[in-house]
Design a binder for this molecule. Structure first.
Ligand code: CP
Length: 317
């Protein structure tokens, strides 16, 4: 690998990273994964730093995982949910961010329902901003943990074939996975009913199909996405049962795919809608391993952005 330096104070999306920068995050995460297996799962890398989790949307995995990652790095952690903050009194995201900066925090991890919110925030504060999912745009740490898990299972990402099946239209996970996987040489196919395939997805480097058997045939991994009913205005979604019949990942469909096909899902799972319970819990499923790997990947991200803000540029050879 070429000598790579990380010099970004923010992590806003995989679209804005080079192949080498993505590889650096994954390599750094490998070291941190070892830390998470120790009896004392803590290193002093961010001692004296404060990480604020600022979430404007519900979350279980990402929020807990960022909190654990920050604590494993010895940082102090504050969690703010918009429902119980001054956001309810009309405070804007930028004002909230500036106040968090005035309180001498070092990193804001933000999840927001508006695409582009983390970028806007990063322009208005000097401290680091990490995107924990913005609207339909990107969920970079989810894609990084997906890639980390795939690399752990397959030993490589170059030349690997990944099918992403489900609600592509509303999915920030799909977009981040397409950017990241294609930059690292994987082949990506997206599969959904035509109405859930957004324009421009092929230009991002993904093949497109609405044939589920074609999507699974020859794939090394399938990443199953949830139907995001909460983002639908009422017309775009096929009936739930109809969707499961035509696109649901079931044992019957798995039987026609590669016998060691890896089954992934970013969560939360809707059993019986996009995936059957049998498949979600089958030996090929790495869904809970993805969750575990999220801690190491987020430790790497928090560490790298913190180092960059201090002018310490991490490198790998
Ligand atoms: N995968 C994911 O983002 O899950 P949460 O919404 O629970 O954070």
């Amino acid at each position: 690998m070429a000598d790579v330096a990380w010099n970004k104070k923010d992590l806003l999306g995989l679209e804005y990273l080079t192949k080498e920068e993505i590889e650096l995050i994954l390599t750094t995460a490998e070291s941190f994964k070892e830390v998470t297996t120790r009896e004392i799962k803590k290193v002093p890398a961010l001692r004296g730093k404060t990480v604020v989790n600022l979430f404007y949307e519900p979350s279980t995995r990402t929020r807990v995982s960022f909190e654990l990652a920050a604590k494993r790095l010895s940082a102090d952690v504050i969690n703010i949910a918009s429902e119980t903050s001054s956001v309810k009194k009309g405070e804007t995201l930028i004002d909230t961010g500036r106040n968090i900066e005035a309180l001498k925090a070092d990193i804001i991890v933000v999840r927001h329902n508006f695409s582009g919110a983390p970028m806007m925030l990063a322009k208005h504060v000097g401290i680091s901003v990490v995107n924990a999912g913005d609207g339909w745009h990107e969920h970079p740490t989810q894609a990084l943990l997906d890639m980390f898990t795939l690399k752990e299972k397959l030993g490589r990402l170059e030349g690997v074939t990944v099918s992403i099946v489900g609600d592509i239209a509303h999915s920030r996970v799909a977009r981040s996975n397409i950017w990241g996987l294609t930059k690292l040489g994987a082949r990506v196919t997206v599969c959904a009913p035509k109405m859930l395939i957004p324009p421009g997805i092929e230009q991002m480097g993904a093949a497109v199909t609405s044939d589920i058997d074609e999507a699974l045939k020859g794939a090394d991994a399938v990443n199953v996405l949830r139907m995001q009913f909460e983002r639908d205005e009422g017309s775009a979604f096929p009936q739930q049962l109809d969707y499961f019949k035509k696109f649901g990942i079931t044992e019957e469909r798995l039987a026609k795919a590669k016998k060691d096909l890896i089954v992934m899902h970013p969560g939360p799972i809707n059993r019986g809608i996009e995936i059957s319970s049998e498949v979600a819990d089958c030996p090929q499923s790495v869904i809970l391993e993805q969750v575990t790997n999220g801690i190491a990947v987020r430790m790497a991200v928090l560490f790298l952005v913190s180092q960059a803000r201090e002018g310490k540029h991490e490198t790998v050879d």
